[in-house]
Ligand binder design. Sequence first.
Ligand SMILES: [Zn+2]
Length: 137
Amino acid sequence: MTKTYLELIEIPDFHDRYEYLKITGQVGNATFGSRRYLNQMLYKYPEWRRIRNIVIERDKGCDLAHPDFEIHNQAAYIHHINPITIEDILNRDPKVLDLNNLITTTFDTHQAIHYGSERMLPKLPIERKPNDTCPWK
Ligand SMILES: [Zn+2]
């Protein structure tokens, strides 16, 4: 594997983590369209749900495991840091369930990683002040 979770979490900035993970060129294009099928295959993997929960817990429910980007009101997705193929799933390749190849993310960030749609990345949380009565503004 060329990229690893342990290397990723050494990167302090969220956007830099995205840059580290993003899939450019042919790889991203090749997986386009087959992603839904890939996920369906994964859910049939007996160990997948267990590993998935371990990853989300390890990452404390944060997008790209970044403490400033807790995931609220949306589903957590698991991204394979080094992309996997249908064949990897069928052959039970270790990288499918390798914790060092898995990272928690959101649908939007995941789209950005795979298809380069950077505007889907989350913005830094707005800093709140003690007497802020409209924290959502
Ligand atoms: Zn992915």
